[in-house]
Write a protein that binds this ligand. Structure first.
Ligand code: B1M
Length: 211
């Protein structure tokens, strides 16, 4: 039986080998990789966040847990990405300026690839000008931004404004996400859509693709 509680605990305590073993065990048992992600890995990071909030964990512990999480995701990656032959559409994605959190953004990129989207991943700490340049160069259907900090969310607005100033705003759909981001914030900054999770971002992108 897949032991998601043990998997979560292994992520929280940063035990890379154990995370790999328990993730592999769940897959060998025939568990759906999405289920392993949603029930085994992601909830662990919420607990890490809670521990950080109450000063039980500090930056090193968060980093160690993040590394363990990445090890689990690494095993799931080939199963989540089974890209279709014909790209559905193109997405430029990045975590906004000032923000180094990239696990959620990487998952969104992975799910998009898994659904046949071509993804241009700009990484983390992406300045508005880099999003603008990437839109000029790649001519994507979507720009997707991730932010995990209440302070860096504001860089999403700056990016929307930079796209407007470069006369590119009407050429792309802008999507936003990340823990502090809300539908209301999305509307306030003039983005096209918000998604609370990676699968929702893929579903909405598919809906909005030109026929
Ligand atoms: Co940071 N951190 N962190 N951190 N960290 C949070 C976000 C925090 C909530 C922890 C807490 O206090 N409880 C808090 C933010 C508070 C706030 O502003 N509201 C915080 C803080 C304060 C900080 C620092 C400021 C700490 C410090 O230095 N004093 C610092 C900032 C550094 C910086 O960015 N400039 C910092 C640093 C770090 C680490 C580097 C140590 C590490 C990140 C490592 C990495 O990403 N490579 C880290 C981590 C690991 C976390 C927590 C624990 C986990 C984040 C995570 O990976 N979650 C986090 C607590 C938490 O989130 N519960 C915390 C798992 C991931 C799968 O979820 O990213 O939400 P998430 O992505 C989801 C959805 O949000 C959505 O889909 C994903 C999958 O379903 N989604 C999108 C994400 N992006 C999307 C884009 C889309 C659509 C959906 O586009 C359309």
């Amino acid at each position: 039986m897949a032991d998601y509680a043990a998997l979560q605990q292994a992520v929280i305590s940063g035990k890379v080998a154990q995370v790999k073993e328990l993730t592999q065990q769940a897959l060998t048992e025939g568990r759906n990789p999405q289920e392993v992600l949603d029930q085994g890995l992601i909830p662990a990071m919420d607990i890490v966040g809670e521990k950080f909030s109450c000063h039980e964990f500090y930056i090193p512990e968060m980093l160690i847990a993040a590394r363990a999480m990445q090890a689990g995701i690494g095993l799931l990656k080939p199963l989540l990405v089974q890209a279709g032959s014909k790209p559905r559409g193109k997405v430029v994605i990045g975590t906004v300026k000032g923000d180094l959190h990239d696990i959620g953004k990487n998952l969104v990129a992975l799910m998009l690839q898994g659904s046949g989207f071509e993804v241009v991943d700009l990484g983390a700490d992406v300045k508005p000008e880099r999003f603008v340049d990437a839109v000029k160069t790649n001519q994507p259907h979507f720009v997707m931004m991730s932010a995990l900090l209440t302070t860096t969310m504001l860089a999403m607005k700056d990016t929307v404004e930079a796209l407007k100033a470069a006369d590119l705003r009407t050429r792309v759909k802008v999507a936003v996400g990340g823990a502090p981001v809300t539908q209301r914030f999305c509307e306030e900054i003039g983005a096209d859509f918000y998604s609370a999770n990676a699968t929702g971002a893929v579903t909405k992108a598919k809906e909005l693709l030109p026929a």
